[in-house]
Design a protein around this ligand. Sequence first.
Ligand code: SF4
Ligand code: SF4
Length: 360
Amino acid sequence: MSEDTTSAISKNVFSKDLLDACISCGFCLPACPTYALTGQEQSSPRGRITLMRMLETGELPADDATLAEESSLCLGCRACETVCPAGVQYGHLLEEWRDEQWSGSKRPWIVRPLLLVANRKWVLRLLGLVRRSARKRPGSEPAAVDRPTLMLGCFERALFPTVSRSLTALDPTISVDPNQGCCGALHAHNGDLEKGRELARELGERLPGTIVTTSGGCAAHLADVIGRDRVVEASEWLLKQNTDTADTERPLRVGLQDSCHLRNGLGVWKEPRELLGRTATYVELPSAGSCCGAAGTYALVRKKESKAILAKKIAEIEAADLDLVIAVNPGCLRQLQTGLRKAKSRTKAVHIVDYLRGRQ
Ligand code: SF4
Ligand code: SF4
């Protein structure tokens, strides 16, 4: 794409400085899992940025089939950001792209009910999800400025309520506000950026001081809106607190699946390895840092590609003969549990916080 084309920007879909930052060098191609899947330039970060530029200049109409396909095929894993010499903020570009591509009725139907639930605190309460997470735990008290507060992820409240209970058992100084709402990551990653930011700001106002999270996507989104200094992921927090954990039973062979948003967005990857290394025989999986195919709603929207990415991951875990594979994000945990169950693997997938609680 020539400089002339980018200077003719007219649609205001994208922030100009974000779009102009790409120098089309192609260093990001080997890091991109969807480029590895298809081998097509248009499925690479550079190819997608070219498509974004064509949308911005009107060279492609908004309803172009390739635009629709590629905005959906991208995992949003942000692996491309970590190798980009020009500092392209691809995650922000993707949010702006989906804000256009997935707005209103253009949003994949399967994502819509999830956003509706996350929009309404009363729905969460009605489902009893919040109470299941916050009930009878130490620290289940209203937020206070001088104590860190736990952010209750929507997905985690529904499927893995033990995670928040384990975290407050590991560190009883963490308080919980059971009436908190969604952080808006789901919205920001699925075509409703304004609502996503609004919800993050609201949550930042409701929960004062430091906010501890047990979900990578939520952590990265919240940090982006209210500031990195106020958001800390659970393994970061527990490492800082020097939480007491010990390998008291037979040594376990344990691997890790990174959260893309934690690793590529917030630079958090050493901390969970440090904690696992203290309590088990840690085995680094060859693709621990690559996406598992969960990627928020990706496993629902792009089932075929999600399964293909997961299959490679499960084969690696099987080859490593692990007792446990640890996840630092509920979406990854669900994805790995599904894959391991189908493979009838002896390896179990566990959230890091539940794992550490079990090693106390
Ligand atoms: S996104 Fe970064 S690494 Fe990829 S082509 Fe653009 S400048 Fe190069
Ligand atoms: S976010 Fe992930 S899948 Fe999307 S272009 Fe970047 S590396 Fe590829």
